[in-house]
Design a protein around this ligand. Structure first.
Ligand SMILES: [Ca+2]
Ligand SMILES: [Ca+2]
Length: 217
């Protein structure tokens, strides 16, 4: 009888340990800080309870991130030098996000940006999943909660052909070079007259702007 009791109670302990599946992250969203800062941020709320609403041991709670091709994202220790990240990791636990600056129960940073709309770092979607280490050292995972990711929209600066933030005679020179022999320019900035893509009319309009200080209609 005692043996049966022990067998049943150990079953019960095993069952309650397995029940600690972390609740799904909520409020998942993407924030691209743009080219000035060079980083992007995944925002979320990481519930500190299991799916039954029972509180979790925070030291054992963590998360991992999936990029748009459903690949597990690796946080590189060489990039996150201000945090307690001593090795490349795919799982971030509370002891890291309670002492670091880039890993929190509410956001995580990526030191890459989607500023280049033609070649974004993340496309389509990014996902986050809560992870919990149970007392028996097994891990349980929440569902992966995805959010859509969009490239950062860069502001158009009319006339800034070379994309250095200024409009001056260099932009005229570079635009003429581009029309003669091609090369790299910011076409959205270069098409100042809105006509026929980038052409000689845009060169004239930029020169007019530099001389007069305003864009002619
Ligand atoms: Ca310029
Ligand atoms: Ca044009």
């Amino acid at each position: 009888m005692r043996k049966i009791f022990f067998a049943l109670s150990s079953l019960f302990v095993a069952a309650s340990a397995l029940a600690a599946t972390p609740a799904d992250p909520t409020n998942v969203s993407w924030y691209d800080c743009g080219s000035d800062n060079g980083f992007s941020r995944l925002m979320y709320s990481l519930p500190q309870v299991d799916t039954e609403g029972n509180p979790l041991n925070l030291d054992n709670l963590g998360y991992r991130v999936f990029t748009d091709d459903d690949q597990l994202f690796t946080f590189e220790a060489s990039v996150y030098t201000y945090d307690d990240l001593y090795a490349d990791q795919t799982e971030i636990y509370y002891w890291i996000f309670s002492s670091g600056t880039d890993f929190r129960p509410t956001y995580t940073y990526f030191y890459k940006t989607n500023a280049d709309a033609n070649n974004p770092f993340f496309t389509w979607r990014i996902g986050i999943q809560a992870v919990y280490i149970n007392d028996d050292n097994t891990k349980t995972y929440s569902n992966i909660v995805y959010t859509e990711v969009f490239p950062h929209e860069t502001d158009v600066i009319l006339g800034d052909v070379d994309n250095d933030g200024l409009v001056n005679i260099t932009d005229v020179t570079i635009l003429i070079d581009y029309l003669l022999s091609g090369g790299e320019i910011n076409e959205a900035n270069a098409d100042v007259d809105g006509l026929e893509g980038v052409g000689i009319g845009d060169v004239t309009a930029i020169i007019d702007f530099l001389l007069s200080g305003s864009w002619s209609e």
